[in-house]
Write a protein that binds this ligand. Structure first.
Ligand SMILES: [Fe+2]
Length: 332
């Protein structure tokens, strides 16, 4: 199998345990909170990635965070009847949808999965089924767009990328999200989960943390991983990641999160397997959210590495945030 698939959409959700009645009760005389303006209870936990997104989802009760290439994370209510059955308590991942190259690939995947499980073709063009762990998966003709942005890094001895007299260190320089990078899922039977993606969908295993699980890529991308499976007692989302353009953009995106009060979980640093620079944050979507950049590319000649995960094998460098580093009362 050589299915040309790549992430198209990753559905996540934010869930509030409050009922609609509680939601109405909560609307007193105070000015409406951001949560209420977006149609959620005042105490709902929301992550608004860009101020311009405010209100964009109000009428349809969903938020879509779309990257430049058309890949996206979609946030919906846990109670939305249009979502697949949950595999873990909310908030958590509810569905992964991969983009495939053409109709023939879509039909081949449908025929393969129909051998031993239900496959449903939706009116939205998505072919839906379940993987061997029980995660909802879907496939759709790709809608990815080519990214054609100027490069902002100059390297001595190489062609000029940032034009002469164009200054990089300005506050309002672009901080674009390029693509949905990867998703990391817990799997109680990680060997079985890997076999499904490799044997039934043609994913390649690029590297393995022997005490955790495999990094995998579909045939449609050379990137080190779009899927990382971690052995754990219960299924659920460990993290999902957006690619940004370069290290500067990653640090800036993370710094924006820090300044908005989101708690850094890990990073900034650089992974060894995949080489991607990373910065993780605690996410109100459940699990973690990561910004990364500059991931390794591999083809089928690559031989997977098998190593145990440890601090020494997980990061080549790691900055650590410090609240106070100088004498006196000031924090900076
Ligand atoms: Fe990651």
């Amino acid at each position: 199998m050589n299915y040309q698939m790549r992430f198209l959409l990753l559905f996540l959700l934010i869930g509030s345990a409050q009922s609609d009645a509680q939601s109405v009760q909560g609307k007193t005389a105070h000015a409406p909170t951001v949560q209420e303006r977006l149609g959620y209870p005042a105490s709902a936990r929301l992550l608004v990635i860009h101020a311009d997104d405010l209100g964009m989802s109000h009428s349809v009760n969903r938020a879509t965070f779309e990257a430049l290439d058309g890949t996206a994370a979609v946030v919906r209510r846990a109670s939305d009847p249009g979502l697949p059955v949950p595999i873990a308590a909310a908030p958590n991942i509810r569905e992964q949808i991969y983009g495939v190259a053409d109709q023939a690939t879509l039909e081949a995947i449908g025929a393969e999965l129909s051998k031993d499980r239900d496959v449903i073709a939706g009116s939205d063009g998505v072919l839906r089924s379940l993987d061997d762990t029980g995660y909802a998966i879907g496939f759709k003709l790709t809608q990815r767009r080519r990214i054609d942005l100027p490069k902002y890094i100059n390297v001595p001895g190489m062609q000029i990328h940032r034009p002469v007299n164009v200054i990089a260190a300005i506050d309002d320089c672009p901080n674009e999200i390029y693509s949905l990078s990867h998703v990391v899922l817990f799997a109680p039977d990680v060997d079985k989960a890997e076999k499904f993606y490799a044997g039934r969908l043609g994913f390649r295993t690029t590297d393995v943390f022997t005490n955790l699980g495999p990094f995998m890529r579909p045939a449609g991308t050379l990137e080190h991983h779009t899927l990382f499976l971690i052995k754990a007692p219960k299924p659920g989302l460990q993290h999902f990641t957006f690619h940004v353009g370069n290290l500067n953009d990653m640090l800036k995106a993370g710094w924006n999160f820090v300044n908005k009060g989101y708690k850094s979980f890990w990073g900034p640093g650089r992974h060894i397997l995949g080489s991607n620079n990373f910065w993780y944050f605690n996410s109100p979507f459940g699990g973690l959210m990561e910004f990364d950049c500059d991931m390794d590319l591999h083809d089928d000649s690559w031989k997977p590495r098998f190593i145990p995960a440890s601090p020494q094998t997980s990061q080549t460098y790691l900055f650590q945030f410090t609240e106070k580093w100088s004498p006196g009362d000031q924090k900076h």
